[in-house]
Design a protein around this ligand. Structure first.
Ligand code: SAM
Length: 230
């Protein structure tokens, strides 16, 4: 369970609201049971339930189970897509081990505002499910031109190009990387040439078919993780 407060040995934690209901009502936990907590800072801890009340659950942190993990230094730079599917992207980016998700606004991006709180909640839920102890960083959306203009020198820009590119195996090199995925309408020709003008950019193909943007994200990140090793 994610707790948004620093964890340490021996401290008492009070869980309230929906999380308390989940522990007592759904998981039916009772005093004496133990669960795992993480705070996205100090790793994962064992905590024992001291008291289950109607509106809260009191726990005592007893031992550290794992250090906060080092996730591979992969950024997902993806144009936001429509509501139902972008929640899925948030979940899969977390499960697949992305370190950071930088939403990028391109000419054909149809989604104009993002509910970052809702996306972060989906990431927290996914982290609890896949037992990540480090949450992905979720940035404010940024315009593509601004992003390309300040592209970090040491970071590979792996550009998923539905018009063709090298296989991922040829694009993956040791070191920090980012995977760039376009919106439902794809990139414009101007955007494509601006991306290719970035020295660190390499265009990759994800196969001969046009994938949905969310499919492309999951496919590209999985391929990279499988090759870069996480
Ligand atoms: N331009 C496409 C069209 O005409 O339907 C739409 C773009 S596609 C739905 C969304 C994004 O997924 C693309 O911008 C690209 O980043 C990625 N993508 C989709 N299929 C791909 C493929 N076969 N290889 C590489 N990237 C792909």
């Amino acid at each position: 369970l994610f707790v948004d407060q620093p964890l340490a040995d021996g401290i008492t934690i009070l869980i309230e609201g929906g999380q308390a209901h989940y522990l007592s009502g759904v998981m039916r936990l009772k005093a004496g049971d133990a669960i795992a907590l993480f705070d996205d800072v100090s790793g994962e801890w064992r905590a024992e339930i001291e008291q289950v009340a109607k509106r809260h659950v009191q726990l005592r942190v007893t031992a550290r189970l794992r250090e906060r993990e080092d996730v591979p230094d992969l950024w997902l730079v993806a144009a936001p897509i429509k509501k139902g599917r972008i929640d899925w992207v948030a979940e899969k980016a977390c499960e697949l081990g992305v370190a950071r998700w930088q939403p990028v606004i391109t000419h054909r991006t149809i989604v104009d505002k993002l509910n970052l709180d809702r996306l972060r909640a989906h990431m927290i839920e996914a982290a609890e499910q896949c037992e990540r102890t480090a949450l992905p960083i979720l940035d404010e959306p940024m315009k593509l031109a601004k992003l390309l203009g300040n592209w970090p020198a040491g970071r590979a820009l792996i550009f998923a190009d539905e018009e063709g590119g090298v296989p991922m195996a040829q694009a993956v090199k040791p070191g920090p990387a980012a995977i760039l995925i376009g919106p439902e309408g794809g990139f414009t020709d101007e955007e494509r040439s601006a991306i290719k003008a970035v020295p660190q950019a390499v265009g990759v193909s994800l196969g001969p078919r046009i994938l949905r943007a969310d499919t492309a994200m999951a496919a590209a990140v999985s391929l990279w993780m499988g090759l870069a090793g996480d």
